[in-house]
Every structure is written in structure tokens, then in C-alpha cells.
Design a binder for this molecule. Structure first.
Ligand code: UD1
Ligand code: UDP
Length: 411
């Protein structure tokens, strides 16, 4: 058996790891014994509320993690430091052939650092993404994870190109395990979140009752709400920026278009501390037509995204899901890593200025399709209609790893 150890900790990582787990189970059903893959799942405990963690394990049928390090929330240094110390103990005990890390959170950073210091090879899923904005904590985490990992599984051609530019892609490397630990390997596999949405879209149609629960099913409401998510530090830790975005959303609400806002715990806490409570005294929403709800599970989120008039977000995963569901997206950031969504005309990056957010949402009122809603943007620069693959990224990851470890190299 090849022994992988996957490190997860934050909401989007459970979704990514779920796709890889399904592919691993598929692989093991038909692989010869020596090529089967065992996975030890380690949860750092970065996210811990039931609606930020447990719900995803249930819905995605992820096994209970073999280890939950229980690190919880803290400053970047203290949180990452605690993860690092605890992961080191787990790695020393488990001696995996390879550590798999996902995305760009502090759990990703700790996973890579712990492994590399113990000379355990690391593979980074969702490698090569860049915002080119180093004030974002995620950008630092990505740059370090890509620099230190031996295997870089890229979701897109643009991600591969970023790694080429940084000199991480070594085109002379041979496809052998000896070389992989000397020269890094960059492989474009597609996006595991796209795998996940393709697999779960119909399941969400059948199992989610969120539209009914929130009163969004009657025909008058259908496609008449904007789905809002916010959690980036640059937006929610800055009271002025947060107020600007919320102001725009209040105006959208006042114009008659409902806003549904599953609120990230970070954002809720910041709003409270800035004197902008999300919930009114009776527990209901603080503003007319803006419906603030606790974070929802993955299936409910897919249902909310699919039926929205538009999505307004600063989330990476939500931008991509909106694109894959062909729902217009307005990104309240200064840039995006998911450049394909913009180039294909489904995403507009507005920053936090209320006028720009409002203008983008209002421009959708007259849009009827089938052409992309923001087609004026950069269309023509991106021609591949499936830049995130066709649902087999995780299968490619598992096949690549199984192939890479011939029996003589296994522990
Ligand atoms: C983290 C990731 C971010 C990712 C996001 C996904 C880093 C640096 N950031 O941001 O890249 O996009 O997860 O959602 O790793 N909290 C709770 N309950 C929880 C989890 C968090 O109340 O279960 C609150 C705590 O007050 C905590 C705050 O949210 O201090 C922020 O949590 P943290 O994990 O540090 O960062 P996120 O903003 O969630
Ligand atoms: N998500 C969810 N419930 C919510 C908000 C988001 O299930 O209330 C899902 C969303 O569908 C996507 C992922 O969480 O799959 C995105 O995570 P998040 O926005 O927290 O982080 P990011 O992708 O920006 O790192």
C-alpha cells in the first residue's frame, strides 16, 4: 500500500479532500494490491464549529479523521505553530510515503513545513494559484507550499504558467520517483472542486431543502435573490471596507432584490465588534430584505448558488462554483486567482466600492443570456469552456501518485 497522509483544517479543504477520497476509493476497488492507496486523514481543528466542519464530513461522507489536532483559532503565528508541533508528532508516528496538502490556509502551510523538515515528500493540491498580492495571508501560504512541495497538482493552465514564471516548473525533469524528489513535478490535473460540484449538483437538487426553508421557492422569489458570502481578512477586518460592502448590499436589499447572507463566523464576530451586528435584537436580520443566516452545509450552499440571481463574494471556492453553475458573480476583492471566470465573462472584480458593486449587480437586470453576463470584460482571451476540467482531477491525482511510487520505494 502507498500511505498518504492528508492534512485538512478549513471548510474548503474538507470539500477538496472529499473529492480526492472518492477518487481513492474508486482506485482501490480495481487496483492490484501493491498499488492500492491508504489515506490517513488529519484535521488540524482550524475550523471546529459543527456548521464549519462536522456537516462537511457528514455530507461528503468523509471518514472521521484519524487525528484531530484541535488547534482552534488564534493569531497566524500561534495557530500555525501549534499545528506544526502537533503535525510533527503525527508524521513521526505514521511515517507516510507522502503528505497531501490542499489550497492555501494556515493548515496547508503547517502541513508542508512539518513534512519537509522531516524529509517527507509533499504534494500540493491546487498549486500555482496567485493573486500577486502578498498582503493576503493565503498568498504567503501558497507561495511557501509551492516552493516546498515536490509535486504540484495545478487546477488550470494559468496556474502552471505561474509556476513556470517562478522557475518551479522544471521541464527537464524525468518522470521517475528518483527525479521527483530532486526536481519538482508540475502536473495540470484540473480542479478538484469542479469534480465535487459535478458529483454533488444533482444530490443537492434532491436533498437540499434550503430554498423552501428560507422562503425562496415561490415563483416570485425564484432568481430574485443575491447570495452573499464574505470572510477575507482584507474585507472583514477593516471596518471601513466592511461597511462599504454592507452598504452596497443594503441598497440592493432596499431596491427589492433580496440578499441571502450565510455569515462566516469571522465576519459575524467582526461585525459585532464594529457595532454592525448582523442580527437584530429578536434574532432576525438587522436590515430589511437582507437575510442573514448561519453558515450552511455544502449541499444547501450549492442549491443557494444554483438558484441565485447573482453571487456577491470574496470566496475563491464560491467564485468558481458560481462559474460552474453559470451564475453571474461579483467579486468584492481587488483581484482574483480564478482569472478564467473573468476572462469568460462570468465574474466581475469590483473591489469594495459600493458604486461598482451596485453597477455590476444592476447591469445584470437586463441580461437574459445565453451569452456571458460580463462578456465585455476580457472575452476572447480564454477560449476553453471547461478551464477547470471535466470532473476527473482527483482521479488523475491518485493515478499519478500510484504510478509514482513503484513498490521498491514504498515503506
Ligand atoms: C480560513 C483561511 C482562508 C479560507 C477560510 C475558509 C487562513 C489564513 N485563512 O480563514 O484562507 O478562505 O478559512 O473559510 O488559513 N471561527 C469560528 N469557528 C470556526 C472557525 C473560525 O468561530 O469553526 C472564527 C474565529 O473567531 C476565528 C475566525 O473565525 O478567529 C477566523 O478563523 P480562521 O480559521 O483563522 O480564518 P478564516 O477567516 O476562517
Ligand atoms: N460553503 C458552504 N457553506 C457556506 C459558505 C461556503 O458550504 O455557508 C462552501 C462553498 O460552497 C465552497 C466552500 O465552502 O465549496 C468555500 O469555502 P470558503 O468560502 O470558506 O473559502 P475559500 O474558498 O474562499 O477558501
Amino acid at each position: 500500500m502507498i500511505k498518504l497522509l492528508s492534512v485538512v483544517g478549513a471548510r474548503p479543504q474538507f470539500i477538496k479532500a472529499g473529492a480526492v477520497r472518492r477518487a481513492l476509493e474508486r482506485w482501490n476497488r480495481t487496483a492490484p494490491e501493491g498499488q492500492r492507496v491508504e489515506e490517513i486523514l488529519v484535521h488540524t481543528g482550524q475550523h471546529y464549529d459543527d456548521n464549519m466542519s462536522a456537516v462537511f464530513f457528514e455530507e461528503l461522507q468523509l471518514p472521521r479523521p484519524a487525528y484531530n489536532l484541535g488547534v482552534g483559532s488564534d493569531t497566524h503565528g500561534r495557530q500555525t505553530g501549534r499545528m506544526l508541533a502537533a503535525l510533527e508528532d503525527v508524521l513521526v508516528q505514521e511515517k507516510p510515503d507522502l503528505v497531501l496538502v490542499y489550497g492555501d490556509t494556515n493548515s496547508t502551510l503547517a502541513g508542508v513545513l512539518a513534512a519537509v523538515k522531516l524529509h517527507i515528500p509533499t504534494a500540493h493540491v491546487e498549486a500555482g494559484l496567485r493573486s500577486f498580492n502578498r498582503s493576503m495571508p493565503e498568498e504567503i501560504n501558497r507561495v511557501v507550499a509551492d516552493e516546498l512541495s515536490q509535486i504540484l497538482f495545478c487546477p488550470t493552465a494559468a496556474a502552471v504558467e505561474n509556476l513556470r514564471r517562478e522557475g518551479i516548473l522544471d521541464e527537464t525533469a524525468e518522470e521517475s520517483v528518483e527525479d521527483v524528489f530532486r526536481a519538482r513535478r508540475v502536473v495540470q490535473v484540473g480542479d478538484v472542486m469542479a469534480d465535487s460540484i459535478l458529483y454533488h449538483e444533482k444530490i443537492a437538487d434532491q436533498k437540499s431543502h434550503i430554498l423552501k426553508k428560507l422562503g425562496l421557492t415561490d415563483s416570485a422569489q425564484s432568481k430574485r435573490y443575491v447570495l452573499l458570502t464574505l470572510h477575507r481578512a482584507e474585507n472583514v477586518d477593516d471596518p471601513d471596507r466592511l461597511k462599504q460592502i454592507l452598504d452596497a448590499m443594503r441598497k440592493i436589499g432596499a431596491s427589492g432584490l433580496r440578499v441571502v447572507f450565510p455569515i462566516h463566523p469571522r465576519t459575524r464576530k467582526r461585525m459585532e465588534s464594529f457595532g454592525l451586528p448582523a442580527f437584530g435584537p429578536e434574532g432576525g436580520s438587522a436590515w430589511p430584505n437582507v437575510q442573514v443566516v448561519d453558515p450552511v452545509g455544502y449541499l444547501d450552499m450549492l442549491a443557494l448558488e444554483k438558484h441565485a440571481f447573482a453571487v456577491v463574494t470574496d470566496s475563491g471556492g464560491v467564485q468558481k462554483e458560481a462559474f460552474l453553475l453559470r451564475v453571474p458573480c461579483v467579486t468584492v476583492r481587488g483581484e482574483t486567482e480564478w482569472v478564467e471566470t473573468v476572462a469568460l465573462g462570468w465574474n466581475r472584480v469590483t473591489g469594495a466600492e459600493p458604486e461598482k458593486i451596485l453597477e455590476a449587480v444592476q447591469s445584470l437586470m437586463d441580461w437574459r443570456g445565453p451569452t456571458a453576463p460580463f462578456g465585455d470584460n476580457e472575452s476572447g482571451k480564454q477560449t476553453d469552456p471547461n478551464p477547470y476540467g471535466t470532473g476527473h482531477a482527483a482521479d488523475r491525482i491518485i493515478a499519478f501518485l500510484a504510478d509514482l511510487f513503484p513498490p521498491r520505494f514504498r515503506s
